[in-house]
Design a protein around this ligand. Structure first.
Ligand SMILES: [Zn+2]
Ligand SMILES: [Zn+2]
Length: 360
């Protein structure tokens, strides 16, 4: 097996380095190359990945011996997890695992929403939103210390973030009051972030909305949340999709539904009407002779679509009875009734036949 990378060289340690030496080397390098401290620096990011990979192998005795023997650490279960590495490294470096405030933590997730019209859903859009994120202060590189100065190791707790007190047989550890558990103190705070190491930054983010998206979908944009704490990774940005109600069209999955009123004359004689589809383009709807209220006309392929599916448009017909007839119109309808009789209204005729049976 060919050896691709020299993990010892990457971490700058000897081949017989102890676990402590390896840990120390990684800690030093990771503080220098952490992506949050090198925003937009692809080279640092690459370097960071490399040292993380090297550390994930050399810090695990099993993986290390496999690497030493075979020149490769690849094999089942060789994936590494940043979270574990951070826990491992920083957790015991500051002398207190888990509950320590120094522990690298993922930054907060941010939640935004986007309102779409149904037409935008049909077409698919790119929306720009302004997101207010906490990022590492670029003036102090996230240290919180004034340019040219560095945070100093807390003299009270010696950087552990905790103060131990002997109480009889027990040793009680409490959070260091001087540094607030951070392990370091800032003598001269950065003017821009006032020592917090972070600033708020409004970023315009373009969000691609694929066509056919469903109401309530949450779009996740990884890494666009707030910056992490103590070197942890940034949070994520979540965007909830809301769709405004359309004046004419209702949606179910990819199908669209609309109700179209026609006159009773059109219903009786048949006609062709034109309605706009969701894009506003004219679509011909054939009304056959004798169309009834509630009849549904399916227009194939005129619904919403995505990469895989295309819905149909369902036109539900509503036959409108004329109102406010004048004398002439009434007279004409009466004349029509006289010449037509019951034969042309089979439903009405059937209904009254049934009623007669029931009551006789
Ligand atoms: Zn302290
Ligand atoms: Zn600052």
């Amino acid at each position: 097996m060919r050896q691709n990378k020299d993990y010892y060289e990457i971490l700058g340690v000897a081949r017989d380095a102890t676990q402590d030496e390896i840990k120390k080397a990684f800690r030093k390098l990771s503080l220098k190359f952490h992506p949050d401290r090198n925003l937009g620096n692809a080279e640092a990011e690459e370097k960071y990945k490399e040292i993380s990979e090297a550390y994930s192998v050399l810090s695990d005795s099993e993986k290390r011996s496999r690497y030493d023997n075979f020149g490769s650490a690849s094999g089942p279960g060789m994936g590494f997890d940043f979270g574990d590495i951070f826990e491992d490294i920083f957790g015991d470096f500051f002398g207190s695992k888990r509950q320590s405030r120094n522990r690298p933590r993922k930054g907060a997730d941010l939640h935004y929403k986007i309102d779409l019209t149904l037409k935008e859903v049909a077409v698919g859009v790119e929306k720009e939103i302004e997101v207010s994120r906490l990022i590492y202060c670029e003036m102090c590189n996230g240290s919180g210390a004034k340019a040219g100065t560095n945070p100093e190791v807390c003299p009270v707790c010696n950087g552990t973030g905790q103060v131990k007190k002997q109480n009889g047989f027990f040793t009680i550890a409490t959070t260091c009051i001087r540094c607030g558990g951070q392990g370091s103190i800032i003598k001269e705070p950065c003017e821009k972030c006032h020592g917090t190491g972070k600033t708020r930054f409004t970023k315009k983010i373009k969000v691609k909305i694929p066509r056919g998206i469903e109401e309530g979908t949450r779009v996740r944009i990884a890494g666009e949340g707030d910056a992490g704490m103590s070197g942890g990774p940034p949070g994520d940005l979540y965007i909830a999709i809301f769709i405004e109600e359309h004046e004419i069209f209702k949606r179910r999955d990819f199908d669209l539904f609309c109700e179209v009123p026609i006159t009773f004359i059109e219903a009786a004689l048949g006609t062709a009407i034109e309605i706009p589809n969701i894009f506003g383009e004219p679509v011909k709807v054939e009304i056959t002779k004798g169309t009834q209220t509630g009849d549904i006309i399916k227009i194939t392929g005129q619904g919403l679509s995505n990469e895989y599916d295309t819905g149909d448009l369902f036109v539900s017909i509503f036959v409108e009875t004329p109102t406010k007839l004048n004398k002439t119109q009434e007279a004409l309808l009466k004349q029509f009734a006289e010449v037509s009789g019951i034969k042309i209204h089979p439903k009405t005729s059937n209904f009254w036949k049934k009623i007669k049976k029931i009551i006789s």
